[in-house]
Write a protein that binds this ligand. Structure first.
Ligand SMILES: Nc1ncnc2c1ncn2[C@@H]1O[C@H](COP(=O)(O)OP(=O)(O)OP(=O)(O)O)[C@@H](O)[C@H]1O
Length: 346
């Protein structure tokens, strides 16, 4: 069942639409992540849903009911901001209890609930700790417990892990996903970090200049970015103009095989780095595009190579650690059609 429905939501600042006729549904128990570069309108969208910003056009429905006349505090949505904004003069328990106390709950009623929430976020027994004594990751967990305390029907997270270092961010994203699925929480999160969005979400919505550029499961968006913008935003830079005929695209890198059924004619192609297959020019002469390895970057589980091809723009390739060529080596590149995506012309 649909919990949140946005219908043509528009917000203008001056004559600029920072949110431009956005339609979006979030189903009950679904975790949706809105992903987009800074300034694409993500936070403004959350503020509209929370009732902190009146839209210039369109409608917000929660559980089917139009929210136009419903003030923020009666919408039943929880909002957690990026800088988590804990109250520094309250202890952890006081922070988590905040939303329960302003609703008039008595200590005897909320204390067990606070204990339960702290357990849930992995900080059992932390009630009396001072906020200043917590690490960034622990503060994030307290902020989350505080947002969950009043049991919002929709939990909205603005850059929930933005302040944390990468390792912690990835770990917490996985933990959050498990927690939300256990609680059945409906979540709408916004982030500019694709790894965070992909780790957290059932569905990813990519925004560009106030509009939805693509929506789909993390796998769909990753495998089939809908445009050059989405592809580059996900970090794929092997994008060139192409003319597709049958299962071959003519490109500045020469012929590139494309999956059967690809759209024909003038387009662009994306070759994911894993689809650039390297050969040794000494043994495979004549097969593939001659390239020189311009740079080699160690990525932990694999190596990323920047190739300078004989023709066409630089090409990024991925290969195993073992036997990876070194900077300055000559290689040939062929392309695996399964890793090639035909994109619309720019
Ligand atoms: N109150 C305001 N008055 C004028 N312009 C605003 C206001 N609030 C936001 N904007 C502008 O609207 C655009 C979208 O802002 P928004 O904060 O929604 O983007 P965002 O995608 O959340 O970005 P970030 O990731 O940096 O938070 C930005 O260009 C911003 O400068």
């Amino acid at each position: 069942m649909t919990l949140l429905a946005l219908e043509e939501i528009t917000v203008r600042f001056g004559d600029r639409a920072v949110v431009d006729a956005v339609d979006l549904d979030v189903a009950e128990h679904e975790v949706v992540c809105v992903l987009g570069p800074s300034g694409s309108g993500k936070s403004t969208l959350l503020r509209v849903i929370a009732g902190l910003q009146a839209p210039d056009g369109g409608r917000v429905r929660l559980g089917g009911a139009d929210q136009a006349a419903v003030p923020a505090h009666r919408r039943g949505v929880g909002l957690m901001f990026q800088d988590h904004q804990l109250f520094p003069h309250r202890d952890v328990g006081g922070n988590v209890a905040f939303g329960l106390r302003i609703r008039g709950a008595r200590r005897a009623a909320y204390e067990p609930r606070v204990a339960e929430l702290l357990e849930l976020v992995g900080l059992p027994g932390a009630q009396r700790r001072a906020v200043a004594s917590l690490s960034g990751g622990e503060q994030q967990r307290v902020a989350l417990a505080r947002a969950l305390a009043p049991e919002p029907r929709l939990l909205m997270l603005d850059e929930p892990l933005g302040q944390l270092d990468r390792g912690l961010r990835e770990r917490l994203a996985v933990e959050l996903r498990a927690l939300f699925s256990r609680l059945g929480t409906t979540v709408l999160a916004v982030t500019h970090d694709q790894a965070e969005a992909f780790a957290l979400a059932d569905r990813v919505v990519v925004m560009r200049d106030g509009r939805i550029a693509q929506a789909g499961s993390p796998l769909e968006v990753w495998q089939r970015p809908a445009s050059e913008f989405v592809a580059r935003f996900l970090g794929f830079d092997n994008v060139v103009p192409a003319t597709v005929a049958g299962t071959t695209a003519t490109t500045p890198w020469g012929p590139v095989p494309v999956p059967a059924g690809s759209p024909q004619g003038a387009h662009q192609v994306l070759v994911r780095p894993a689809g650039v297959l390297l050969g040794d020019p000494a043994t495979g002469a004549g097969s593939g595009l001659d390239c020189v390895v311009a740079a080699r970057t160690f990525r932990g589980t694999h190596v990323t190579l920047t190739l300078e091809p004989r023709t066409g723009p630089v090409l990024e390739a991925e290969c195993d650690l073992a036997g990876a060529p070194a900077a300055g080596d000559r290689v040939t590149a062929r392309f695996a059609p399964a890793e090639v995506v035909v994109l619309p012309a720019p």
